[in-house]
Ligand binder design. Structure first.
Ligand code: PEP
Length: 255
């Protein structure tokens, strides 16, 4: 990655794992292992774990994120959580558009954009997930898919607000499958996303955007993936639940 232009960020996506007490325990395990990291370190946890995560990370270099937020500030949306609620708690990041939300919960490019807007308006930093399905890769339309997802998600986002957007390229076929994109595949799509952003905001703004790779990144393959010039960190699922593996990925990002 080009460290002069952008900061590497390693973010854990805990998905629907860990109770509040398990959250405190895992963060206490991770904390000393990543204390000297120069890259950004974020843990995105289930809503009910946020308070424990905020308390456990106090005074450390680990920041806390949620895994989603609604597009309205408040109202009759039973079961939903708004970005302003997260902000008031002290949460800094929110994942939006994860493929599991798209696949199982009817998330569309349009609702992703509405959530991105709400998160930015509330003052949060967004980890925006994009990525193609296996069929789409096989049809040779990966770039078209991620380009469309990126453009719609960023619709109405100003150049100033772009500074609070991290993009995570996550090929759906690589998430939770143990099948990782090759370093070249990851770099090629990340670079394509950067050129889409350059088309919207100019090359200088695009060069400042952190673009992560996510999809079965672990302590074994992180070095190779993170050594690519356009791979500015990772969004980590499974391996973020094991302190030593997550810390090894953070170390790889610092090399
Ligand atoms: C993810 O959920 O964002 C992810 C990348 O998961 P995994 O690392 O388990 O593939």
């Amino acid at each position: 990655m080009n460290r002069a232009l952008r900061k590497a960020v390693i973010a854990g996506n805990w998905k629907m794992n860990k109770t509040p007490s398990e959250t405190t325990a895992l963060i206490n395990e991770i904390k000393p292992l990543v204390a000297s990291a120069s890259c950004g370190v974020v843990v995105c946890v289930p809503y009910v774990d946020l308070q424990n995560a905020l308390e456990a990370t106090k005074g450390s270099n680990i920041e806390v994120g949620a895994e989603n937020c609604h597009w309205k500030e408040n109202g009759a949306y039973t079961g939903e959580i708004s970005a302003v609620m997260l902000k008031e708690m002290g949460v800094k990041y929110v994942i939006i558009g994860h493929s599991e939300r798209r696949q199982y919960f009817g998330e569309t490019d349009v609702t992703v954009n509405m959530r991105v807007r709400a998160a930015l308006d509330a003052g949060l930093t967004v980890i925006l997930c994009v990525g193609e399905l296996l069929e789409e890769r096989e049809q040779g339309i990966t770039f078209e898919v991620v380009s469309k997802q990126t453009k719609i998600a960023l619709s109405g986002v100003s150049e100033e607000e772009l500074k609070r957007i991290i993009v995570a390229y996550e090929p759906v076929w690589a998430i939770g499958t143990g099948r990782t994109a090759t370093a070249e595949q990851a770099n090629e799509v990340n670079a394509a996303i950067r050129s889409v952003i350059a088309g919207l905001y100019g090359a200088e703004a695009a060069d400042g955007v952190t673009i992560q790779y996510g999809g079965s990144m672990n302590d074994q393959n992180a070095d190779e993936l993170l050594s690519q010039p356009d791979v500015d960190g990772g969004l980590i699922g499974g391996a973020s639940l094991v302190a030593s593996k997550f810390a090894a990925i953070v170390k790889a990002a610092d090399r």
